[in-house]
Structure formats: structure tokens, C-alpha cells
Design a protein around this ligand. Structure first.
Ligand code: ZN
Length: 250
């Protein structure tokens, strides 16, 4: 029996407060919709949902991250308000093995840019266009249960060039009605941690109720879960005593 994956869902949570149309689509917040959808999936346990305005520390103190196998991250209008202390803490946990799923406009979050080391910019257009997400890595656990592709009827377009390091694994590519394409499902390893970027999720569209979108996020949580054995050190020790004797040069 695989062990239960403990998931913490983090959402900026500002659009839902300031934009009535967003509150209508997500009356329980984007975090609430994700929690409802993911809690129904086998093997996932929601540790908690947290938002930017939660005290202390945006709802992500050490005690919460210590019991989190996978953290999901959605932000958009207030990336700059996320405390650097919290970003550094999340970063450390990722290196030590916590999985991180970065959603949609989280591409510009402090934590994603820190982990990627690139600008993470992209093209975008809000025209409610159709999106077709193609599976380009069949057999990968993140696309388990999907067909050749799935579609979302109305989305915000994200287009290339997406300024990210080459993904270790690319599992989904999007095509948009307007002609753009985008690397929509990207995997990296950072330290002992796994990072997955997943594109869908604009706040004015009901995308986090879509069965295929929830399937991908759930699969990604199981894929990225912490649990690889062995210590991971963030130190840089000077090993003066070698494992084997080193003969002196004559
Ligand atoms: Zn958006």
C-alpha cells in the first residue's frame, strides 16, 4: 500500500477578495476548489490550505512544511508580498525533498524563479480561447489516466518563449486557438526535491473544477512526494580526512 501523500495547498487568495467575478467562480477560493478536488483522490491527504494573508508567515511556518510532502503554489497579483523568509524556507524544504507544484501564474512567483534561476517570463493573452494539452511523454506518472490530449474550452493563453531552464522531463504541450504553443507540464529535480510546473488555472475560468486538470495535479502530487531515503546536506564541508590514504608526492 503506497503511503499517503500529505499535501498543503497555498494560494495568494487576493483576487477572490478584490474581484467579484473571481469570487463567483471560486466562492471557496482557488485553494478551496483545489482542496475539494484533490481530497477526493486516492492516496492524498490535505494537510491544510493557506493564503498570503494568513498569520503567521502566510500559513507556512516550519511546523506546517515539516509535515508536508508536496506543496502546491498559486499566486498572481502579489508575488512581491511573499516574505523572503518564507521563500527561503520553502526553497530549503524543496532541496531536502519536499515536492512543489507551481500552478499557472505561479511562474512569476519568487519561489519558482529562485528554483529555476531564469526570468520565467512568457507571452500571454486573455481572449477566452480554446486550449488543447497534448501528452508528449505517455507512460509518465503525471499523465496517468489521460488520453492523447485533453481540452479546456476557455483559457488565458500562455505562449513561448517561456524563459525556463530546459525541463528534465516535458510531459504536456499546449496548443491554443490563436496559434501559440506552450510547454505546459514541466518537471525538474532540485536537490532531493521534485518540481512540476503546470500551466492551466486562470482565476476567471473554472479550470480547477476540470476533471483532467485535477487528475494531472493529483498525479503530480503522487509523483513529487517526499520520501526518498538518505540525508541531504546544505553544508559545504572541507573533508580533510580522506576515505582512503592518499600517497604523498615524492
Ligand atoms: Zn492568468
Amino acid at each position: 500500500m503506497p503511503k499517503t501523500v500529505r499535501v498543503t495547498i497555498w494560494n495568494e487568495g487576493r483576487h477572490e477578495k478584490s474581484h467579484a467575478e473571481v469570487a463567483k467562480v471560486y466562492p471557496k477560493g482557488i485553494h478551496g476548489a483545489l482542496a475539494d478536488g484533490l481530497s477526493k483522490q486516492p492516496g492524498l491527504k490535505i494537510v491544510k490550505t493557506a493564503t498570503l494573508d494568513e498569520d503567521p508567515e502566510h500559513g507556512l511556518p516550519e511546523a506546517v512544511l515539516a509535515r508536508t510532502d508536496v506543496l502546491t503554489w498559486w499566486g498572481h497579483m502579489a508575488h512581491h508580498e511573499v516574505s523572503d523568509v518564507v521563500v527561503d524556507r520553502v526553497h530549503k524544504h524543496v532541496l531536502e525533498g519536499m515536492g512543489l507544484i507551481v500552478l499557472h501564474s505561479g511562474h512569476y512567483s519568487k519561489i519558482f524563479r529562485k528554483l529555476m534561476g531564469t526570468g520565467c517570463g512568457l507571452k500571454w493573452r486573455e481572449a477566452a480561447e480554446q486550449e488543447r494539452l497534448w501528452v508528449v511523454r505517455p507512460g509518465h506518472p503525471i499523465v496517468d489516466g489521460l488520453g492523447e490530449y485533453f481540452e479546456l474550452p476557455h483559457t488565458e493563453m500562455y505562449g513561448e518563449y517561456f524563459d525556463i531552464p530546459q525541463p528534465d522531463e516535458l510531459v504536456l504541450i499546449s496548443w491554443f486557438e490563436g496559434g501559440d504553443v506552450f510547454r505546459s507540464g514541466c518537471c525538474w529535480e532540485r536537490g532531493k526535491g521534485k518540481v512540476f510546473y503546470f500551466r492551466p488555472g486562470h482565476e476567471t475560468f473554472p479550470i480547477y473544477y476540470d476533471a483532467n486538470v485535477l487528475k494531472v495535479i493529483g498525479n503530480a502530487c503522487r509523483w513529487a512526494a517526499r520520501g526518498v531515503g538518505g540525508a541531504y546536506s546544505l553544508e559545504c564541508p572541507n573533508v580533510t580526512v580522506p576515505l582512503n590514504p592518499i600517497p604523498k608526492c615524492k
